[in-house]
Design a protein around this ligand. Structure first.
Ligand SMILES: CCCCCCCC/C=C\CCCCCCCC(=O)NCC(=O)O
Length: 428
């Protein structure tokens, strides 16, 4: 069956052989039976394309299941499958899992193989993509990882680090020391998202774990100077030539593609005009594009420094685990997917750092969360905040997840924290 990414030119191009992760699972008796819907190009947190149409959220058909692996999350939530896979370069496994009330986990890049998988941005460096796992509970995620981390995969793809699944770490019962934050200054979350972290934090504390406040360093540098610049380093050329050339562009992707492909001088003008009113939006739009190979190398070196800085901050507090919001808001409306990208700062941060991270549903949006949203101003009531607020209004009853994060290659420890959160805050 062809992997189309929602573009017609790939409708008749089925792959010659299965991807490594499919081969490995088939050998163990798994039956891959369906490919599910994604947004055109994969580079979106929504889930619609002109080939297969729009996937709806299982909790509320006026909302999106999230993206890019939104079809998979909706199917699993609806009971149509027990395990699913997607790729995650900014949140594509974790955002739909959060929007649909299931669990999703993105390992460190190259812990599991991406050989044979189609990528939205092949060659893009700096923000690390990894295949991830989705399921209704954390034990199923762990089982999925365990099934993949076997000699067959290490043989079929010698580029992955050959560490088998460490069951003893996953099942460890020692108390944990966990850092937490409820908000990023760059994009404060809507009320239910921060409340979910506090709920999980209190439950973990009551269960005997140590919770320590943690402040992610230099946020604007991370999101604008690094993540945004590195993801759009080609000025959207890969997306516009490789995928969208001669294609009908999905109605919900059009605006985002316009921003990603906007020439430098227009970005500058836009940034200059917006600065007095909406400084954050201005800064997000007007960052300098990568202009040369030298420039790209500088940026990649800066990313390395940022990772070291982040690790140093964790070390200072003797932390190897974090608890934080899964995203800036609960499930959005399809038309807002391209307009609330700043809310993906919570997930994309761990692609920039290349840390394993996963989400677990812990609560639902309440009437009180909805009332509190009326006074919510986000960063400063700018355009990003207005879209987030508009899309979140009336989200009562939608699932809300928290995100658990580990150090590179410590997938089992991260899953262990996820399991503890699930046990303590189960939605039932
Ligand atoms: C308009 C500027 C907003 C600035 C926000 C900066 C912070 C977040 C930056 C980037 C997030 C990019 C997310 C892109 C969606 C990625 C979806 C995904 O993971 N796709 C999977 C894949 O391509 O394999």
């Amino acid at each position: 069956m062809a992997t189309t990414m929602g573009v017609t030119k790939y409708l008749d191009s089925p792959a010659d052989e299965d991807a490594v992760i499919v081969q490995v699972l088939k050998k163990q008796g798994a039956v891959p039976f369906v490919k599910t819907n994604v947004p055109q190009t994969l580079l979106s947190i929504g889930c619609s394309n002109p080939v297969f149409g729009k996937t709806l959220n299982p909790f509320d058909p006026t909302r999106s299941p999230g993206g890019s692996s939104g079809g998979e999350a909706a199917l699993i939530k609806g009971g149509g499958s027990v395990l699913g896979f997607g790729s995650d370069v900014g949140g594509s496994v974790r955002v739909p899992a959060h929007f649909c009330g299931i669990c999703g986990f993105k390992p460190t890049g190259r812990r599991i193989s991406d050989r044979g998988l189609l990528k939205g941005s092949p060659g893009m460096q700096g923000v690390i993509s990894s295949p991830g796992v989705m399921a209704r509970d954390v034990d199923s995620l762990a089982l999925g990882m365990k099934a993949l981390l076997v000699p067959d995969m290490f043989l079929l793809d010698p580029q992955v680090v050959p560490i088998p699944f460490r069951q003893e770490t996953y099942e460890d019962k020692k108390p944990m020391r966990i850092g937490y934050f409820t908000s990023l200054r760059f994009c404060p979350p809507t009320p239910s998202m921060g409340r979910a972290v506090i709920m999980a934090k209190e439950a973990l504390k009551k269960a005997g774990h140590t919770l320590v406040a943690f402040d992610p360093p230099d946020e604007f540098r991370a999101f604008i100077d690094l993540t945004s610049r590195l993801i759009t380093a080609d000025n959207g050329r890969t997306v516009s030539t490789m995928w969208l050339d001669d294609e009908v562009i999905d109605e919900y992707l059009e605006g985002q593609i316009r921003v990603w492909t906007m020439p430098h001088y227009l970005r500058k003008i836009q940034g200059f005009l917006l600065k007095p009113f909406w400084p954050r939006v201005a800064r997000s739009f007007s960052h300098r594009l990568i202009g040369s190979v030298y420039d790209l190398w500088q940026r990649l070196a800066e990313r390395e420094k940022y990772v070291e800085q982040f690790l140093d901050e964790l070390k200072k507090k003797n932390l190897d685990l974090l608890l934080c919001p899964a995203f800036g808001a609960p499930a959005c409306k399809p038309e807002h997917a391209g307009k609330i990208m700043a809310a993906a700062a919570y997930t994309s941060l761990f692609n920039l750092l290349n840390f394993p991270a996963g989400v677990v549903p812990v609560t639902m949006v309440t009437e009180e969360d909805d009332r509190m949203l009326d006074d919510w101003r986000g960063y400063g009531n700018d355009a990003f905040d207005k879209f987030i607020k508009e899309t979140t209004k009336g989200a009562v009853g939608l699932p809300v997840a928290v995100q658990c994060v580990g150090l590179p290659w410590q997938e089992e420890r991260c899953l262990r924290l996820m399991k503890e959160v699930e046990t303590l805050c189960s939605l039932g």
